[in-house]
Design a protein around this ligand. Structure first.
Ligand SMILES: *Cc1c(COP(=O)(O)O)cnc(C)c1O
Length: 217
């Protein structure tokens, strides 16, 4: 089964690179997947999932959470300010904190809704104009700003450019995290999660290699 294969490959890469066994968490990215495939992975005992749209996750996960205990959900796609309230109620972590306005909205609602999900700052390591994330040069300042607001920032997240060696981007993300005292590194997808582990990923986000190609309807 694909899930077991990926878990096995994660363990092998941890061993090969001298990482502590079990130090990389696997986020199964279930966006756009038919619910039957998601159920199969839940049935195998996996509990950590990633979704990239608030609306889609809200339509799918409340029912699955009633049937399966202990599900943890990470938001890995862009978050609009008007969906923050819903996202805070649905997700255990938000990995796409990428602008001051979003930080301020989270801080304001944190007082009202209780504990804030764990937060990752998304860094646009490739400085791509069309991609979300703070620029590498702005990351230290933005992280400091989030901390001043009292936000629970636990790590960084990146999506490297498609046409560049991802290891360079993973290394840059690890460097920014280290100098800011952040332990969490969410990086690596189906095609490059082993390279991310070699650079210190604490979670990898794997979709198609677990579930098969995404089915867009
Ligand atoms: C879809 C997605 C993934 C998973 O991609 P695969 O190539 O299917 O593993 C990981 N991270 C983010 C942010 C995504 O949107």
């Amino acid at each position: 089964m694909a899930l077991a294969d990926i878990v096995e490959r994660i363990h092998a890469e941890e061993a090969r690179t001298g990482r502590e066994p079990g130090s990389t968490r696997l986020i199964a990215v279930s966006k756009v997947q038919p619910v039957g495939r998601v159920e199969a992975v839940l049935q195998e005992g996996h509990r950590l999932f990633g979704e990239n749209k608030v609306q889609e996750a809200a339509g799918k996960w409340p029912a699955l959470r009633q049937r399966f205990d202990g599900v943890k959900l990470h938001l890995i796609g862009p978050l609009q300010t008007n969906k923050v309230r819903q996202a805070m109620q649905l997700f255990d972590a938000i990995e796409t904190l990428d602008r001051p306005k979003l930080a301020r909205t989270l801080a304001r609602l944190m007082g009202e809704l209780g504990p804030c999900p764990k937060l990752y700052v998304q860094v646009n390591t490739g400085q791509e104009p069309q991609k979300a994330g703070v620029m590498p040069g702005d990351a230290d300042g933005f992280i400091a700003e989030c901390r001043e607001l009292g936000l629970p920032v636990v790590g960084l997240m990146c999506i490297p450019p498609l046409d560049e060696e991802p290891s360079l981007h993973f290394a840059l993300l690890a460097k920014i995290a280290a100098r800011n005292g952040l332990a969490g590194l969410s990086m690596g997808m189906s095609g490059d999660f082993e390279r991310a582990i070699a650079q210190g990923a604490t979670s990898v986000r794997v979709g198609s290699a677990i579930f098969g190609e995404r089915v867009y309807g």
